[in-house]
Design a protein around this ligand. Structure first.
Ligand SMILES: Nc1ncnc2c1ncn2[C@@H]1O[C@H](COP(=O)(O)OP(=O)(O)OP(=O)(O)O)[C@@H](O)[C@H]1O
Ligand SMILES: [Mg+2]
Length: 104
């Protein structure tokens, strides 16, 4: 999951990129959860990219498969969590994961 997110951040920026990872306590379906926000300072997503980022085979890259985020979402959901784009203001992309904690 994280490798896919970091590779997307690296690919989006022409030069060096800063990736900020923040964790906070949260709740998911009324249960304790961990919120992990992965944010970069690249160009961010256009409205079309925002709409389609998790769609299988959607890619804006010459050699992309467009499967990265679709697989990421499947993996996170297999762990009982969810992942979406953040709605933070400003440039850059933010992906927000919420993972349940506690009893396995
Ligand atoms: N951090 C990001 N910044 C800007 N655009 C992004 C970012 N992450 C994803 N995207 C957009 O979402 C699209 C889909 O991402 P996804 O990871 O599913 O596929 P991909 O990266 O294009 O292909 P692959 O994962 O096989 O390399 C990307 O092509 C890009 O347009
Ligand atoms: Mg990718």
């Amino acid at each position: 999951v994280f490798r896919n997110l970091f590779e997307n951040s690296l690919a989006a920026a022409a030069g060096a990129v800063r990736i900020d990872v923040r964790c906070a306590e949260a709740t998911l379906h009324g249960q304790p959860a961990l919120r992990v926000a992965v944010r970069d300072d690249g160009p961010g997503l256009t409205p079309e990219q925002r709409r389609r980022a998790f769609e299988p085979f959607y890619t804006t890259k010459a050699k992309g498969t467009g499967l990265g985020l679709a697989i990421v979402r499947r993996l996170v959901e297999a762990h009982g969590g969810r992942i979406d784009l953040g709605d933070a203001e400003g440039p850059g992309a933010e992906l927000v994961l919420v993972l349940p904690r506690g009893q396995a």
